[in-house]
Design a protein around this ligand. Sequence first.
Ligand code: VAH
Length: 318
Amino acid sequence: KIMVSGCLGQIGTELVTKLRHDYGAENVLATDIREDTAHALPEGPFVILDARDGKKYAEQVEKFKPDTIYHLAGLLSATAEKNPQLAWDININGTCNALECGRIYHSAVFFPSSIAAFGPGTPHDKTPQDTLQRPNTIYGVTKVASELLAEYYHKKWGVDTRGVRFPGLISYKTLPGGGTTDYAVDIYYQAVQQGRYTSYIARGTYMDMMYIPDAIDGMIQLMEADPSRLIHRCCFNITSMSFEPEQVAAAIRAHIPSFALDYAVDPVRQAIADSWPNSLDDSAARAEWDWNPKYDLESMTADMLKNLRAKLGGQAKF
Ligand code: VAH
């Protein structure tokens, strides 16, 4: 049995859909701070849960008795930078509650870290699995603190904690909520609706990215991996591609030749992007639990445009 917090987010909606398909809807408890008014999730148990409410979090875990908790509730980088105290409250206290539940009720806990867990002083190219982590964003600070907490709960109390450092995630079902990498999702929506896009991230800014089917499969693969093979726990570098805006534009032009890209750089999100790696070394994930993504920029672009044209119907002019 599985419980998911933050189930209505960009990752959560697709994870719950996949888990309910694979394990049976009744075995997957979806929780979020808000109601599923858009009916983003397939049928199954749903509970309103603010991850900061430790008492309610524990009540739900005690009642549902999940073998695994995927703790996804949290604020993303750009939103967090606008409200650092709230970001600390949600991202840290929520994770503490998930880990306490893992300790008391013996559930395994998945934690989503991020490339944001690295900062300006970290090697930017092929960033190693084990290296300096001194991020200068509140989001990155909460990710490093949470990684260390998750490692501590494993070493101190044997909680089965595991996690990955996600790159920017690209999907067409649920929009991301206030990230820095969101330009790489917006560009596809604008391409099919306007035939053009104005990027808030500057030309030449490389960041790791991943198509969401690979992310969802990777999370489940990690949680099902043989624990005796795991040398690392929280959290594994994983990536599938690294690109800059001009490269996405070129991939889109293979389908929409007239697609135009220009720039209006947002200094806040550009500074965040500049502090992050250009590319990760994900050899530890490949060696310890056979991480092996399927999509590259070309196949992701074809799939995104096909599905956005279907989703947007008449709004898709290109
Ligand atoms: C963000 N999409 O932009 C998230 C993610 C690596 C990026 O953490 O904040």
